[in-house]
Each structure stands twice: as C-alpha cells, then as structure tokens.
Write a protein that binds this ligand. Structure first.
Ligand SMILES: *[C@@H]1O[C@H](CO)[C@@H](O)[C@H](O)[C@H]1NC(C)=O
Ligand SMILES: *[C@@H]1O[C@H](CO)[C@@H](O)[C@H](O)[C@H]1NC(C)=O
Ligand SMILES: *[C@@H]1O[C@H](CO)[C@@H](O)[C@H](O)[C@H]1NC(C)=O
Ligand SMILES: *[C@@H]1O[C@H](CO)[C@@H](O)[C@H](O)[C@H]1NC(C)=O
Ligand SMILES: CC(=O)N[C@H]1CO[C@H](CO)[C@@H](O)[C@@H]1O
Length: 827
C-alpha cells in the first residue's frame, strides 16, 4: 500500500513537469445556440436514452435506438429532423417484475437498444438489453414493424445497459464483442446468424483470450475480408503493475468456419495485439475511448486505411488530458504476421521465447489445418510486437480537454489536396473541429452542443449531407460540418484555415468548397492572408481600404479620470495591440490589460485617437477606433458615432508585411519574468485559462485593484504623472520574489514530507535496512523509470528554459527516461 501511495505522489509531482505541450486553442468558439452554428434538435418527452444511431446510405433517414423504442427520423431537410415512425419495444410487466426481483434497479430494467445494423435491403437487425434478458429482432426499415421472428440476444447484446459492446453485420452475419452472461464476466467475440456450412463461432474458453475487456468498436475491411475489433483490457503480460490497462486491436477472418476437431465452432483466426499511443519516453495514453476508420483515399491501396483513436491515461498525471493517435492498417497487419508471445499454462506468465512455428496465428483459411497447427494457434494469439502510431508519434495531445468521441473525414480543399478533419467531442460538451496539418493539429473552431455534460453514446458523421449527429440521453442533435458564411471577410475566411471554406472573389463571400467553384482563395497550411486575399481580389482593398475604416467611437472624459478602452479579439489566436497616430504609447502612461483593453488616466497628453489592432498569423487588422476628448459640458456625455479623420500612416485591414509590434508597443507589453521558478509556479493557472496571453492572474488582479483605488481618489493625481511606473512593474518584482519563495518553501515541504513518508514505509516494511539500493530494488520498473525520469527531466527543463525555448509552451509532466519504453518492455 505504501509503495502505491509513494508512486502516486511521485506521479503527482511529475504532473507539474510533464511533456512540453503546445497548447491547442480553438480559434473561434460558438456557445450553444449561437446563430453562426445553428443546431437542430430532436427531442420528445416519450424518447430517452438514445444510444445507437444508424444512418441510411443516402443520409436521408436516421434510425435511432432508444429506451424501449426504435425511431426513424427524417433528416433529409436542412432545417428540421422529424419523427417518421416509432416502434415500441418494451419488456412486459412480467419481465420487469422478474428483473427487479433479481435485484436490479427498475430504472435499468427497460429495453435499451444496443445493436442496430442493416441486415438486408429491407430489414434492420436490432438487439436490446430487455430487462436483463437480451433479445434481438428483425425490423422492416420501411414500415418500422417488427417481424415475428425474434432471437435470444445472449452473446449479441449485453445484459447490463451500462456495459459497452460493439456489433457489425457483414453479408448477413453478425459479429459482436460483448459479455455473454448475466453477471458480466464472460466476455466474448462471436459470430451469429451464420447459415449452412458456415457455423456460428465464438472464442475458445481458454484463459487469456480476453481479460476483462471494454469493447469500443469494430471495423470491416473489405479487401482483407477481416473484421477488426478495438477494446481495452487488463494487460496480463505486464504482471509487474496491478491492473495495467492496455488497448488492443484484434482480428478475425470472415472465412473462418472453425476447426474440425480442435477449435470446433471456435475462431481459428483470432489474434490480438497492443495498440500503443505513446510518444517516446513518455507515459502511454493507454486507455482507448473511441476509434474511427478513415478509408484510403481514392486510388490508394487498402493498406493505407487509417484508424484514428482517442486515448486517455490510467494515471492521474495525465488525468483530464487526452491524445489522438492514428494507426495504419499495414502496421497492424505486419504486427499480426510477426512473432507471438507464449503463455505458460502453469504459471500464467507470458513470455517471448523463440519457438518452432507450427502455424501462422492470425492467418486466414486454417479450418483444414492439422490438430497440431490448431493447438499452436489456440495458444499463440497475443502478438509480440505492439502496433505503433503513424510516424511513431501522437497525432495530437490536449492538456485541457478530455475527448470522448470522434469521427474523421477526408476533405478535398480548394487546391485539390486532401486534408484530414477530426470532429472531437469533449466531455464538457464541445465539438472541436480540427484539421491535421504538417505543422500539427489546428482547431478551426469549437461548437458547444450542450451546456450540461451528458453521457453521449454515439457520434455519427454524414459525409453526403455534411452533418454530424450526436446521440445524448435526451435526444438527437445535429450540426453542419461547416458553415462558411460566418467568415464575412477574405482575411477571416483565410485565417480560419478551414479546408471546407474558401473566399469567392466573384460573390465576395466565404463559401463552401465544391467542384463548381474553380478559383477560391484558401491557404489551409499557412493561412497567409496577404498572398491569398491580394491575389484573389484587388477590389477587396478598396472595400476595406483606409477610407472604409470602422467608424470611431467618441469617448468624452474629464481630466484625471481613468479611461478604459475595450478591444475585441478577432479570434482566440489573435493578439491585440494599441496604437496612436503619430504617437508613442509610453509604458509609463498606458496599461495593457489582460483582456486586451487599454487603461490610462485622461490628461491633455493622452487625449486623442486610439487604434486597436488585432494581429494573427502575421496579419494585422483594425478592430476599433476611439477618439478620447475632454468633456466640454455635461451635455456631451453620450458617445456618438464618429468618422475617422484621414490619417495616412496607419495600417488598415490590408495585410501588413511585418507583424512586428508597432512603435513603442514592445516596451509596454507586460512580459514574463524569465526565471525558472516563476514559470513553474505559474503554469497551473494559465493552463486552465482559456485566454491565450501569457500574463499572470496576479498581475491582472492587481491592476484592476489599482483602477478601483485610483478612481476613488482620482483628483489626487496630477496631469502627466507617471502613475503606472510607480505601481505596476515595481510591485511585480516583489510578486516574483514572493512566488519564488513560496515555490521554494513548498518544494522543501514536499521533499521533507516524502522523506518522512518513505522513512515510515521503511520502518514498517523493512525495519532492518533503509539503504538506497534496497529502496530501488523494491520499486517496480515503472517507479524506477518514473523516478529516473524525474531527475533527468528537471535537468532538461532547466536547459530548455535557459535557452529561452519555453515561451509559448506549457510544460506539465512527462516521464523522461533513457530507455523509457515502459509498456513495451518485454518481460
Ligand atoms: C450559417 O450561418 C449563418 C449565420 O452566420 C446562418 O444564418 C445560417 O442559417 C447558417 N446556415 C446553416 C446551413 O446552418
Ligand atoms: C438513461 O437516461 C437517464 C437520464 O438521462 C440516465 O440517468 C440513465 O443513466 C440512462 N440509462 C442508461 C442505461 O444509460
Ligand atoms: C431480409 O431479411 C428478412 C428477415 O430474415 C426477410 O424476411 C426478408 O425477406 C429479407 N429481405 C430480402 C430482400 O432478402
Ligand atoms: C478443406 O476442407 C474442405 C471441406 O471442409 C474440403 O472440401 C477441402 O478439400 C479441404 N482442403 C484441403 C486442402 O484439405
Ligand atoms: C503590484 C501590486 O499592486 N501588488 C499587490 C497585488 O495585490 C496583493 C493583494 O491582493 C498586494 O499584496 C500586492 O502588494
């Protein structure tokens, strides 16, 4: 127990130093109900717990598996989803009584539909939990009527509605991964509805085929004639850690009909391998949450099929974080055709001993093989190698968001190049639309789909209709995959870097990319506004040129009053700057607040024009213009609209060649003190903050405080007094010192605590020795790895910070070891 708490403490400490992640901020955010991204809902008080979604091939009909019902929704219209028909399918009173007699909660006894698949052209096959006694049936997809023929659902559908399962019908046969008993401890991957010489198959009951799995998904690869299953389970090959979870891919051949004597009515082609979502030298994201298949591009070989999965970590270091990894079919195939581990039946230990290969496990067409070969296959089903992600790296990591579901799509952009788009659902209810670029993932936008976190059971993409469907416990909601009209200028359209959207110079609108538009302005890879918008349209300059600046706002103030000017952000990725025509913004007089606004005291020198600029990806645009002038009489108080006087040097909405800070701005921007200690001490608040400026909270709070104070004793200041120099920066130094001291104190305290804890452990478990060698012996490899990593890492961190690389990068917790391939270390 002690060693466990020590491990968790170490791991928790490491959490402060983990891998250096660049933060992924969605460029724009649409709150729920925002008109830019309208959602369509289907809700009915008679419908709840919508768990399974099935989309017709033409995308016009959505079949929904709910509680005690199957629905057919007409989704052919862009504005509405309407209920076309509903099939009630609930257990009888007697079934319910039996269910509750068995000690189940009444709320869990209804029929929760968990399998919904097209069976043939006219029928759907559906299974439900049916009061903890699963049933399956055929449903006519036109009339939504149940056929008389119904099957027992054992092995096809879970008993317990909270258990995850997967099912897929190919050529009229049902392939499932689920638990096949009431207690939920007999997991099985099986085939049903086979006819003639083809028999129903399941896994052999031999130890170790599945170890307490959670089924995630299954995928049919036509060229291979194989079904792949994705799940997580206990990784018994890592017996040094208690309940180490591993993610798996497993395969079966569709041609399988079982063995003749050995493995009769059992899979002869089952094999499984570990899916490793891990960057070199870091803790693995070991728990698969969801996975989606991206078929190869047109003309590309089937081996290029990709699987995009969301993975989280079992360890609290990475809690709340998630990673996306992609796996290539070729890599999966080569792992399955490699060597296999051997299970010692007596000790139940896995080993990688080299042995004579009697057969190739995982090979299709073994049904005629000898008993000897089949016995070999039966015992060798865990591939020795792990499947590593594409390019051996993570596709993306999010430190702030816990993703639960994803769907993936390939989109052809205006330049005819293909881009991969991921739609990732966060647990807090946002969909992140993400494009994968050479330079990494870019979150184009986030759309809030619900306000309260909801258990989402399915996310479905309709590429033909450009819609995403989300099944929640309350119903179904839908949002379009793109709506380009939100971007109403060429720069906005280009900066979005959305492969779906391009600027049409003819209609002067941001439109959806399609074959009919030939020359759309778009730069997904770089988002270079200058190049795209200038080359696309010269008239555009005139439209947004200097004489069409937004009308300035008149601000009337009395002298010595504190003025605060707001600056709206163009996007979450933009930075705001302030400029005055022909003047410098002296840091002595002006204060740049965290939200981008500017604060100063009205004096004769500070009266005049102010320009708020937003800069993003090297492109600068004017967001607001103010004219601050002295109040002449109480009458002039109301701000009136104001037209900008002709000023020639100021940058306008057209692209500015050099994004560098304007005159005098550099010195006035509050910068980070570049000391190791302050960085570490302060990463936490910035991590959670959605703001992309690197400023401390403390600063913000203090500056606000100052504003309030000074408002109270406004009259105490004299004109032109360098107020801010006397307050802000000088206190900042003190603040830094205090933070450093605090961090130091905390470190000392934690070290002492750890020392005490360790001492205690020793005195209890090993009273006679407390030598460090003994200590390290007692640690599991993971712990040792972690601790070694800790030392290494702090050294690395210091180096990084010294060389000034740390800016803009959040460091929060990695295990760096010299040979830290921990989950892959053979035993
Ligand atoms: C796209 O967004 C605009 C507002 O920006 C909205 O009026 C329109 O209805 C949306 N279109 C679709 C198809 O959602
Ligand atoms: C069904 O929905 C209700 C209400 O959202 C929820 O509390 C319950 O857990 C759901 N049941 C299942 C089996 O998902
Ligand atoms: C589809 O399957 C159902 C159920 O077995 C059967 O009644 C129906 O005739 C089949 N339809 C076709 C077109 O084969
Ligand atoms: C394999 O088995 C099938 C029947 O199960 C038989 O027709 C065929 O001849 C066998 N092939 C070989 C090579 O034994
Ligand atoms: C620079 C400055 O004003 N620092 C103050 C920040 O606020 C704390 C209390 O919230 C004061 O103690 C600091 O002096």
């Amino acid at each position: 127990m002690e060693s466990h708490s020590l491990l968790s403490l170490t791991v928790a400490l490491l959490g402060f130093l983990s891998p250096c992640l660049t933060r992924l901020t969605p460029r724009v955010s649409f709150p729920v109900g925002s008109p830019g991204r309208p959602l369509t809902h289907f809700r009915s008080h008679e419908v709840s717990n919508t768990t399974t979604l099935l989309l017709s091939e033409d995308g016009d009909m959505l079949f929904v598996g709910a509680r005690d019902a199957v629905l057919a929704l007409d989704v052919g219209h862009r504005d509405t989803m309407t209920l076309r028909s509903k099939l009630d399918w609930s257990p009888s009173e007697k079934d319910l009584a039996q269910c509750s007699m068995k000690g189940k909660k009444m709320a869990d006894c209804p029929n929760f539909i968990r399998v919904l698949q097209f069976f043939n052209n006219t029928h759907i096959y559906a299974c439900g939990t049916f009061a903890f006694s699963p049933r399956c049936t055929y449903i006519n997809s036109e009339t939504l009527t149940m056929s008389l023929k119904s099957d027992e659902g054992r092995g096809r559908c879970p008993y317990d509605p909270y258990q995850r399962n997967t099912a897929i019908i190919v050529d009229g046969e049902l392939y499932t991964g689920t638990v096949a008993d009431y207690r939920g401890n007999r997991p099985v991957i099986s085939r049903h509805l086979s006819e003639g010489r083809r028999v129903d198959l399941k896994l052999d009951d031999t130890l170790g085929w599945l170890e307490d799995p959670t089924f995630i998904s299954s995928s049919f690869i036509p060229n291979e004639e194989k079904i792949y299953f994705f799940f997580s389970e206990v990784g018994r090959e890592y017996d040094f850690i208690d309940k180490f979870i591993v993610s798996r891919v497993s395969q079966i051949c569709m041609s399988d009909v079982g063995g003749q004597r050995t493995l009769q009515r059992r899979w002869t082609t089952f094999a499984k391998a570990q899916l490793l979502c891990q960057a070199d030298n870091e803790l693995p994201y070991n728990v698969i949450q969801d996975i989606d298949t991206l078929p190869p591009a047109e003309g590309a070989p089937a081996d290029d099929t990709l699987f995009y999965g969301i993975f989280t970590s079992q360890w609290s270091v990475n809690s709340g974080q998630s990673a996306v990894c992609s796996f290539r079919l070729t890599d999966i195939k080569s792992v399955f055709s490699g060597n296999y581990k051997v299970l010692n039946r007596d000790t139940l230990q896995w080993s990688t001993q080299v042995q004579e290969k009697v057969a190739n496990p995982g090979e299709c067409g073994l049904h005629n093989a000898s008993d000897n070969a089949l016995r070999f296959v039966k015992e060798n089903f865990l591939a020795d190698d792990s499947v590593r992600p594409v390019a051996r790296s993570l596709t993306m990591v999010s430190a702030e968001h816990s993703y639960s579901h994803l769907t993936v799509q390939r989109v052809q952009a205006a330049n005819n190049r293909d881009y991969t788009i991921l739609f990732l659902l966060t647990e807090s209810g946002y969909i992140h639309k993400t494009v994968l670029l050479q330079s990494g993932a870019h979150i184009i936008e986030e759309v809030q789909v619900f306000e309260q976190p909801q258990p989402v059971k399915s996310l479905k993409l309709s590429t033909s209709k450009g819609m995403i469907y989300v099944g929640t416990s309350e119903g179904v909601l839908r949002l379009p995959t793109a709506n380009c009209s939100f971007y109403w200028t060429c720069p906005q359209c280009v900066l979005a870097r959305d492969p779906f959207c391009g600027w049409d110079p003819a209609s002067r609108a941001c439109v959806e990319v399609s074959n009919t538009h030939t020359s759309l302005g778009q730069d997904v890879d770089r988002g270079n506004v200058e190049e795209v918008c200038n080359s696309v349209s010269l008239t555009h300059r005139a439209k947004f040129g200097p004489n069409k600046l937004p009308a300035g706002e008149l601000v009337s103030v009395s002298l010595n009053e504190v003025v605060q000017l707001q600056c709206p952000a163009a996007s979450r990725l933009s930075q705001q700057l302030w400029e005055r025509p022909n003047r410098r913004l002296s840091p002595d007089l002006y204060l740049h607040l965290e939200d981008g606004s500017l604060s100063f005291v009205a004096t004769p020198t500070t009266l005049g024009h102010y320009l708020c600029l937003s800069i993003e990806n090297g492109y600068q645009q004017t967001m607001a213009i103010y004219h601050v002038r002295q109040k002449s009489s109480p009458l002039a108080q109301t701000p009136t609209s104001y037209t900008w006087p002709p000023i020639h040097h100021i940058p306008t909405t057209q692209a500015v060649a050099k994004p560098g800070p304007g005159p005098g701005l550099h010195s006035s921007v509050v910068t980070w003190p570049k000391t190791t200690e302050t960085r570490q001490g302060k990463t936490e608040p910035t991590l959670s903050s959605r703001d992309n400026h690197i400023t401390t909270r403390q600063q913000g709070r203090n500056l606000t405080l100052w504003t309030e104070e000074s408002e109270q004793k406004e009259s105490g200041f004299r004109e032109g007094e360098p107020l801010l120099s006397a307050r802000g920066p000088c206190y900042l130094k003190e603040l830094v010192v205090v933070s450093v001291l605090l961090v130091l104190c905390l470190s000392v305290l934690i070290t002492v605590l750890m020392y005490i804890i360790r001492q205690r452990c020793h005195s209890r478990t090993a009273p006679q020795t407390s030598s460090p060698t003994r200590d390290s012996d007692r640690r599991t490899p993971v712990e040792q790895e972690a601790l070694r990593g800790n030392q290494l890492l702090s050294k690395r961190n210091r180096q990084a910070l010294n060389s000034g690389q740390a800016s803009g990068v959040v460091c929060n917790g990695a295990i760096t070891g010299s040979n830290g391939h921990l989950p892959n270390t053979p035993i």
